[in-house]
Design a protein around this ligand. Structure first.
Ligand code: HEC
Length: 199
C-alpha cells in the first residue's frame, strides 16, 4: 500500500513538473508581438474547465457558475440599439483577418463567421463546425431573440459553457458597432442571409 502511494505521488509530481517545464519552455522561447502575448499561455477558469480530457467529469456547479458569470457580464448595446448596417456586417462576417502576430493591431478585426457557419445561402465557401445561419431572420426580431443573439455573439459561453465560438465582445475581437452590424446581417429582411425568405 505504501509503495503504491509513493509511486502515485511520484507520478503526480513528475507530471506536474513536466507541465511546468512545458510552460517554462513556451515562455522562454516566445515574445509578445502585437495581439499575441505570453498571457495567452495562462488559462482562465473557463479554459481550465473546458480543456479537460473528454473522459474527465466536469463539475456541474463550476460550469453553471462560469456560464452565469458570462451571461451577467454581457452589456446591453447603447440605446438598446441592436441592429446596425447589414452590408457592413456582411463585410465583417466575410473578413478573417485579425489577432495574428502579423496583423496590424490598428486595423479593425474581422468576425470570420464563414469559417464555421453558412450565412448567405449563395456563398459557396463556408465551414460547418457551427450550424447554418441561413434564414436566421425567420426567427423574428422580438426583444428575447435580439437579446439572445447579442449575448451569444458577445460571450458564447453564456449559453454553451464549452462553446467553440470566439467571444467576440468579451475578448475584444469586435467592437459594439461591428457587432450591431453583424446582428443586422443576421436579422435584416433585406440581408442576403435571408434571401431565401423573401418571396
Ligand atoms: C470557430 C468557429 C466559429 C466561428 C468563427 C463563429 N461561430 Fe458561431 N457558432 C459556432 C458553433 C460551434 C456554434 C454552435 C454551438 C454553440 O452554441 O456553441 C455557434 C453558434 C452560433 C449562433 C447560435 C445559433 C443558434 O441556432 O442559436 C449564432 C447566432 C452564431 N454562432 C453566430 C456567429 C457569427 C455572427 C459569427 C461571426 C461574427 C460566428 N458565429 C463565428 C462556431 C463558430
Amino acid at each position: 500500500m505504501k509503495i503504491l502511494t509513493l509511486t502515485l505521488t511520484l507520478f503526480l509530481l513528475t507530471h506536474s513538473a513536466v507541465a511546468q517545464d512545458a510552460a517554462d519552455a513556451l515562455r522562454s522561447s516566445m515574445a509578445d508581438k502585437n495581439f499575441v502575448t505570453l498571457e495567452r499561455i495562462d488559462r482562465d477558469a473557463l479554459q481550465e474547465l473546458c480543456s479537460k480530457p473528454r473522459t474527465a467529469a466536469i463539475d456541474p456547479e463550476a460550469a453553471a457558475s462560469i456560464r452565469q458569470a458570462a451571461l451577467e457580464s454581457v452589456p446591453e448595446p447603447g440605446n438598446a440599439d441592436y441592429l446596425g448596417d447589414w452590408a457592413r456586417g456582411e463585410a465583417i462576417a466575410s473578413n478573417g483577418r485579425g489577432l495574428q502576430y502579423s496583423d496590424n493591431p490598428d486595423q479593425a478585426n474581422g468576425g470570420n463567421c464563414y469559417a464555421c457557419h453558412q450565412l448567405d445561402p449563395d456563398e459557396l465557401a463556408y465551414g460547418t463546425l457551427g450550424p447554418s445561419l441561413a434564414g436566421y431572420g425567420a426567427r423574428g426580431q422580438s426583444p428575447a431573440m435580439l437579446q439572445y443573439t447579442w449575448a451569444k455573439l458577445w460571450n458564447t459561453h453564456a449559453y454553451n459553457v464549452c462553446s467553440h465560438m470566439p467571444r467576440f465582445g468579451a475578448a475584444g475581437i469586435l467592437t459594439e458597432q461591428q457587432l450591431r452590424d453583424v446582428m443586422a446581417f443576421l436579422f435584416a429582411p433585406e440581408s442576403p442571409v435571408n434571401r431565401n425568405l423573401t418571396p
